[in-house]
Design a protein around this ligand. Structure first.
Ligand code: PEP
Ligand code: MG
Length: 325
């Protein structure tokens, strides 16, 4: 069984009938990259760079960051690497930024919202990502975007940094793709407008579930309510993917949901192009994908979206698994 999984892990992920869906890895630091590719990652779907900024007296400088991003791109050997800009503040405190304590950090001052105040820090990270992009297939992704204004502001900053690099004669990938995390529900309803602004999307199901259902992802008292198999969540997933595809953009998913082999046929059926998960889950995910036909997954997803309750969705999934067995 393990040997079978390992051999599947080393091949591109596809369904029984040959539909390819990229299975990528989430990493939080450079050394995780090698392990991810050894475990069969087809790319890095989420590099959580905030870990580079935490638990230290000051932010990493530009050179240090370039080295980190470049090391990951080297390990990737031409495969795509999505570098997410720092998702800090809120529940991820950074001593040297001296951010105020908040009653409601998940709805507060975090991620893209703090970049204007710490502009040199943000510019340094963008410059480091751009410089590293000369050495591989890098893409940049912005966390917690909720409005078109925010992404336009980010693009203006990218343009400023590109001009700085041009003036200094420093090389970078001039086609560097820009994407956003889709983790705030507002984005789902204007995804067509975001398609005019960015190249790709990755659904952060961890945050999207908590914001859509208004359930704190870390609060044990409401944990039973925190469930991405809610029909509302599934319909939103369908809306995002369908609209983005209509406008020629691809959509990944990089929350914990992607690592649940039981849920995978639903994610395939929703039409996701890429699923990113922690590396140790990749072999099992690729193996599970091979048991499903695309059309079956699509029917399953359509039926799940018509369910009224999470229990009904679970029953549907259990039935489908039994039929497969
Ligand atoms: C998410 O919200 O689903 C996500 C992948 O980002 P993080 O878990 O780092 O908030
Ligand atoms: Mg998130």
């Amino acid at each position: 069984q393990q040997q079978r999984q390992h051999s599947f892990a080393m091949q591109a992920a596809h369904t029984l009938d040959g539909h390819h869906i990229e299975v990528a890895a989430n990493i939080a630091c450079t050394i995780e990259a090698d392990a991810a590719f050894q475990q069969g990652a087809e790319g890095i779907g989420l590099f959580r760079t905030e870990m580079l900024f935490m638990d230290r007296p000051q932010a990493p400088n530009e050179e240090e960051q370039v080295q980190h991003y470049r090391d990951v791109l080297t390990a990737a050997n031409g495969k795509p690497v999505i570098i997410r800009t720092m998702d800090i503040g809120g529940d991820k405190p950074i001593d040297y930024l001296d951010l105020p304590a908040e009653n409601n950090p998940f709805l507060g001052y975090r991620a893209v919202r703090i970049y204007p105040q710490f502009l040199p820090l943000f510019h340094t990270q963008l410059r480091a990502i751009l410089r590293a992009s000369a050495y591989g297939n890098a893409k940049v992704m912005i966390p917690m975007i909720q409005s078109i204004e925010e992404i336009r502001w980010v693009k203006a900053q990218l343009d400023i940094v590109k001009v700085q690099l041009d003036n200094a004669g420093i090389a970078y990938d001039t086609n560097l793709q820009l994407g956003i995390m889709v983790e705030v529900p507002s984005v789902a309803f204007i995804i067509d407008q975001f398609c005019q602004e960015v190249d790709f999307f990755s659904i952060g199901s961890n945050d999207m579930t908590q914001y859509l259902l208004a359930v704190d992802r870390d609060n044990a008292n409401v944990a039973p309510l925190y469930n991405s198999l809610s029909p509302a969540f599934l319909r939103m997933l369908g809306l995002i993917v369908e609209t983005a595809h209509q406008h020629g953009r691809w959509v990944g998913l990089c929350g914990e949901l992607g690592a649940d082999t039981r849920v995978l046929p639903l994610l395939v059926g929703a039409g996701l192009d890429e699923i990113s998960m922690s590396a140790p889950k990749i072999a099992a995910a690729k193996t599970a994908l091979r048991e499903w036909r695309l059309e079956h997954c699509q029917n399953l997803f359509a039926n799940a979206c018509q369910c009224s309750t999470i229990a009904d969705v679970n029953a549907l999934l259990d039935n489908a698994q039994r039929e497969q067995a």
